[in-house]
Design a protein around this ligand. Structure first.
Ligand code: SF4
Length: 80
């Protein structure tokens, strides 16, 4: 079953590559309920469900200066 909100908005997962994150913090500024930057390591991580509507997830991906964020596609269980 595809993940979606009650409004039918498609949700996708996001993840951070800790090896390439430079701690710039744009992800946290854009989506504070989904990303945080650890004060000690200055590396971002995913919090909460780690799910965002696809357009917002893509915006964060495009905004990250080190391209450390990737979209995790939901399991393709519902092939048409
Ligand atoms: S925007 Fe990218 S580089 Fe900056 S903290 Fe988030 S994941 Fe790391």
């Amino acid at each position: 079953m595809a993940d979606e909100t009650s409004d039918g908005v498609e949700l996708v997962g996001v993840q951070v590559n800790e090896d390439t994150c430079i701690g710039a913090g744009q992800c946290e500024m854009l989506e504070e309920d989904t990303f945080y930057v650890d004060d000690d390591t200055v590396i971002a991580g995913v919090i909460g469900t780690g799910m965002l509507p696809r357009d917002r997830a893509q915006k964060v991906v495009d905004t990250c200066p080190s391209r450390a964020i990737t979209i995790v596609e939901p399991a393709a269980e519902e092939e048409q």
